[in-house]
Design a protein around this ligand. Structure first.
Ligand code: CTP
Ligand code: CA
Length: 221
């Protein structure tokens, strides 16, 4: 872990960050998840800490975090919702970098399910954490969301910005192999209500994280 700089623009700011792909249990040995590694969220936590913030990372990833960051490990979208919801009102900034599962199995078996010739699972929709916090947001709070898209990035990202009442949506094209989920680099576009879309060219996630934190610092000042 590097030392913090002397000028700490996020000093006394409480930053809540989510990371990783949630896991939705089918039974004790099986779950539904997605390809998110948690790298982006963990990089954001380090970048926020280096700028002086008091950082809480709610994560479903097994990646490490430095001891200066408060880690809350969760597994499911429901657990992530509870962790975020109970801390949001006392946070200045929320960054939803997690790939939250949109659905979870209607029922979870406490015993390992035995194989059959056919099997059907039914799912229920999970709560949209970002949207709910966006609608609960006070004027002094800042919310950043992500949008992982394979197509129509502009249209979908703008829709998420408005519907979830976020201040910034960081959109990335997950249709290309060298960026996005489970790799070290990413190319993203910043969508905000304040300015035209801003393309951040392909670079290491830690560098993207710094750009996101810099955007937040400008936004809150
Ligand atoms: N998100 C959330 N809760 C959910 C689903 C998504 O908080 N149940 C957040 C993600 O953390 C991300 C943003 O919403 O910051 C966008 O997630 P994404 O999956 O791209 O969008 P969805 O609204 O779920 O729409 P879709 O998957 O259909 O594109
Ligand atoms: Ca989704």
């Amino acid at each position: 872990m590097r030392d913090r700089a002397r000028y700490l623009p996020l000093k006394n700011k409480s930053v809540l960050i989510t990371a990783g792909g949630t896991k939705e249990r089918i039974d004790p040995v099986r779950y539904i998840s997605n390809d998110s590694s948690g790298k982006m969220g963990h990089a954001l936590a380090e970048a926020a800490y280096l700028n002086g913030a008091d950082v809480t990372l709610v994560t479903s990833s097994s990646l490490p975090v430095s001891s200066n960051i408060k880690r809350i490990s969760v597994e499911s979208a429901a657990e992530m919702y509870e962790s975020v919801s109970s801390r949001f009102d006392s946070s200045d900034i929320l960054i939803m970098a997690a790939a939250v599962s949109d659905y979870s199995p209607e029922t979870t078996s406490t015993k390992k399910m035995k194989k059959q010739d056919e099997m059907t699972l039914t799912f229920k929709k999970n709560k949209d954490i970002l949207k709910e916090m966006g609608h609960r947001k006070k004027t002094n709070q800042c919310i950043v969301g992500f949008a992982a898209e394979t197509d129509n990035i502009n249209e979908y990202a703008k829709k998420k910005l408005i519907e979830k009442k976020a201040d910034l949506i960081v959109a990335n094209d997950i249709g290309k192999d060298d960026r996005g989920f489970n790799v070290d680099k990413n190319e993203v576009t910043f969508f905000s209500t304040q300015s035209e879309p801003q393309i951040i060219p392909l670079k290491e996630k830690i560098e993207i994280a710094k750009d996101v934190i810099d955007w937040i610092i400008k936004f809150i000042n």
